[in-house]
Design a protein around this ligand. Structure first.
Ligand SMILES: [Fe+2]
Length: 491
C-alpha cells in the first residue's frame, strides 16, 4: 500500500521536497556573461518520486530518475527536464500509485511488478559514442535522446552484456576514447560477482570480465590507470536472506575489512589481485587514479573521499551506527599501493578538506594530473543545512592541486548549497577551462547555474543563470560539447 504523504525525513523536505513536474524554459535570464567558447549541454541526473512511496523509511535515492539539460549556445541558455521513462515509472504511472518497495530490495515490491526492471536510472548521465544514457547501478542504463530528452529504452549493447547491472560511474580513457564500466551484483541481487566491461570508442563491447568480491559491497565507483582497473571495496553489504525477509538491503559492517581489487584493465577476472585494508571504512566517489614508476617499482595511486563509516543516514540506521553527517570525516585522501608489495596494504596521504563529488578535466583521467575540484561542507561557512542525498548541503567549492597541496576555496555563505560541478575545457592553451554547477539558495528556494573560472574559483561566478524556481538537488552531471552533441546518433 502506498503512503498518503511523503515520509517525515530530510529526504523529502526543503530543497529535497519532491517536485513531480516536467518543464522547460527558453532564454533564461543571465547575470554576467557566459564566455563565447562555452557551447554545449550540461546534462543532469536526479531523483524525483512521482508517487508517495510504499514504505515509510524510503530514501532520496529511490526517486524516479529525471534528466535535465542546460543548453548553452552563444551566451543564451535553455532548460528542460523530463522523467526517465523507465519500465518502473511506466508501471507506476499505469497503476496511478507506487508499486516498488524499499530501496534496492525487489522482495518488497508489489507482486504485480515481479520481474519488472526496477532501476530508476536516476544517478549519472553518461555520454559515449554519440549516445546519452541515464544510469544507476541496479540494472542497465536507459538511453535518452539528448535533443528531446525522450527515453528510448534500456541499453544492453544489443543484448551483448552478460552482467545484469552497469554502474553510474564509468571511467574513460581520453586518448583511446574507450569507456570502462563495471557492474556489481552482476548475476543477481546480493551476488558477489563484479563485471568489468570495455566499450570501444565506437560503442562496441570489446570484453566483459568477471571476478568475485569478498562480499556483496555497494561498489559505486572505481578508477582506471594506464594499465590497471582499481576497485576500492568497502563493507556496506547486501544480504539475500535479510532482503528476502523484507529487511534493508544495505548494512555497514564496522568490523569487516576494506579491500582494493587490482585487475589489468585489459586482463582477465582471474588475474585480479587483492590488497587488504582497515575495518569499517566507506567511500563512494573517486577523483582519479594513476600509476607511477618509482625506485624500481610501480606505485598505484587512488585519490578519493574516504569515511570512517557510511555517509548515508538510512544505511547507518539499518546498521545501528550512531553518527551525524557533519561529524563524519570524509577527507580527500590518496591511497598508494606498491604493486610489488601488496602485502603491505596501502599508504594513505591527505590531499584536501572533507567533501565529495570530486571531478577532474576529462583529459586528466587515468594519468598523472594536478588539478581536481569537489564540493565541501565547511562548518566555518555556516551550520548544516538540509540538502541532497546525505541530508547536509555542501557550502564550499574546492580546487585542489594534488601535486603541491595548494587549495583554493569558493565559500558560498550560510544560505547556499552547491551541487556537483562539471568541468568545461577551453581550447585556449594554458587556460584551465570553467566549472558549471547548480547553486541553490535556501532563503528564496531558487536554483541558479553558475559558471566559474576553473583556475580561480575564489573570485566567484562569472555568470549566473537564473531559473527563478527550485530544482531538486542533482546527483551527478555531465558536460557535452556542441560538436559532440551535433554528432549524436539521434537528432
Ligand atoms: Fe555517485
Amino acid at each position: 500500500m502506498s503512503m498518503n504523504k511523503w515520509p517525515d525525513s530530510f529526504d523529502f523536505q526543503g530543497f529535497n521536497e519532491p517536485i513531480g513536474e516536467e518543464w522547460s524554459a527558453q532564454n533564461l535570464d543571465v547575470e554576467g556573461s557566459i564566455p563565447a567558447e562555452i557551447n554545449g549541454a550540461f546534462f543532469r541526473a536526479g531523483a524525483d518520486p512521482a508517487f508517495y512511496p510504499t514504505v515509510e523509511k524510503d530514501t532520496y535515492l529511490s526517486g524516479d530518475g529525471v534528466v535535465s539539460r542546460f543548453l548553452i549556445q552563444n551566451g543564451k541558455v535553455d532548460f528542460a527536464l523530463k522523467y526517465v521513462n523507465t519500465a518502473r515509472h511506466q508501471a507506476e504511472v499505469a497503476a496511478g500509485h507506487a508499486l516498488f518497495g524499499a530501496y534496492h530490495n525487489p522482495y518488497t515490491d508489489d507482486p504485480s511488478v515481479a520481474g519488472v526492471d526496477r532501476t530508476t536510472a536516476n544517478t549519472t548521465p553518461i555520454w559515449h559514442a554519440g549516445r546519452l544514457f541515464l544510469s544507476k547501478e541496479d540494472g542497465h542504463s536507459y538511453e535518452v535522446n539528448p535533443h528531446t530528452l525522450e527515453t528510448i529504452g534500456s541499453w544492453t549493447y544489443g543484448g551483448k552484456l552478460r552482467t545484469l547491472t552497469t554502474s553510474a560511474h564509468p571511467r574513460f580513457d581520453p586518448e583511446t576514447g574507450e569507456m570502462f564500466i563495471h557492474g556489481y551484483e552482476a548475476s543477481g541481487p546480493a551476488s558477489k560477482d563484479v563485471a568489468l566491461c570495455v566499450i570501444d570508442r565506437n560503442g562496441n563491447v570489446v570484453s566483459e570480465e568477471w571476478f568475485e568480491a569478498p562480499y556483496c559491497a555497494m561498489l559505486h565507483d572505481f578508477v582506471l590507470t594506464k594499465n590497471w582497473a582499481l576497485f576500492p571495496i568497502f563493507p556496506t553489504i547486501a544480504d539475500l536472506d535479510r532482503m528476502k525477509a523484507g529487511g534493508p538491503a544495505w548494512v555497514h559492517h564496522q568490523d569487516l575489512p576494506s579491500w582494493v581489487a587490482i585487475m589489468p584493465r585489459y586482463g582477465k577476472g582471474s588475474e585480479v589481485r587483492w590488497v587488504k585494508g582497515p575495518n569499517g571504512l566507506s567511500g563512494y566517489h573517486m577523483m582519479n587514479g594513476y600509476e607511477e614508476e618509482k625506485d624500481g617499482t610501480t606505485l598505484l595511486h587512488i585519490d578519493q573521499n574516504v569515511m570512517e563509516t557510511n555517509i548515508f543516514p538510512f544505511v547507518r540506521e539499518a546498521s545501528g551506527i550512531d553518527a551525524s553527517p557533519a561529524d563524519i570525516r570524509a577527507a580527500l585522501v590518496r591511497w598508494t599501493i606498491d604493486l610489488n608489495n601488496l602485502d603491505a596494504g596501502w599508504v594513505e596521504t591527505p590531499l584536501g578538506p572533507p567533501g565529495d563529488m570530486s571531478r577532474t578535466a576529462l583529459k586528466d583521467q587515468a594519468r598523472p594530473y594536478e588539478i581536481g575540484y569537489y564540493a565541501c561542507y565547511d562548518p566555518e561557512v555556516g551550520p548544516p543545512i538540509t540538502h541532497s542525498v546525505v541530508g547536509a548541503g555542501f557550502n564550499t567549492l574546492i580546487r585542489v592541486n594534488v601535486q603541491n597541496g595548494e587549495i583554493t576555496a569558493l565559500p558560498l555563505g550560510p544560505d547556499r548549497s552547491i551541487n556537483e560541478p562539471v568541468h568545461i575545457p577551453s581550447q585556449e592553451a594554458g587556460h584551465e577551462g570553467w566549472l558549471a554547477a547548480v547553486v541553490d539558495t535556501h532563503s528564496t528556494m531558487t536554483s541558479e547555474l553558475w559558471f566559474i573560472e576553473a583556475g580561480d574559483p575564489g573570485k566567484g561566478a562569472i555568470a549566473k543563470v537564473k531559473l527563478g524556481r527550485r530544482l531538486r538537488p542533482q546527483i551527478h552531471g555531465t558536460w557535452v560539447e556542441k560538436d559532440d552533441l551535433d554528432k549524436s546518433i539521434h537528432q
